[in-house]
Design a protein around this ligand. Structure first.
Ligand SMILES: [Zn+2]
Length: 140
């Protein structure tokens, strides 16, 4: 049987190598993009539909929590295998925090992708995955 077409995620649409951030027109490493950051911790829980904070405390969601430290790229990808360009820009969140020297943020975003044909040419429906994030930054 032929292998199914791979559907690229947000990070792949954005770039081919890992751990690179966008800095306007160029792509740079995390520490080049954010020289003022000493330490960062990003926790993300991805769900297949919107959940309340109360629901997210349940073990089944907590065990899906992914913790990223410095090795993080511009995008965190969506795990929905039918989703094209799926994920969200953690880079945008970090840039906003840095601009006001914010140390902690919690929030959620819907996946930016959509379910469609393999190359993203046809769009069937928006992806319903959600990302609940918690970001802590320690500045230099
Ligand atoms: Zn998605």
């Amino acid at each position: 049987m032929a292998k199914k077409n791979h559907i690229p995620k947000a990070s792949e649409v954005f770039r081919n190598s890992e751990h690179f951030f966008s800095n306007l027109s160029s792509k740079v490493t995390f520490s080049e993009a954010f020289p003022e950051i000493n330490d960062i911790k990003v926790e993300v829980i991805e769900t297949s539909e919107p959940k309340t904070n109360e629901m997210l405390k349940e073990e089944k969601y907590q065990k899906n929590k992914v913790i990223y430290e410095k090795l993080i790229g511009e995008f965190i990808d969506c795990s929905n295998k039918f989703c094209y360009n799926g994920g969200f820009s953690i880079g945008e969140i970090i840039r906003e925090m840095v601009s006001i020297k914010q140390t902690l943020i919690e929030g959620h975003l819907k996946c930016q992708g959509y379910e469609g044909s393999a190359k993203g040419k046809r769009r069937y429906r928006s992806c319903v995955h959600c990302f609940y994030f918690h970001v802590e930054i320690k500045y230099k």
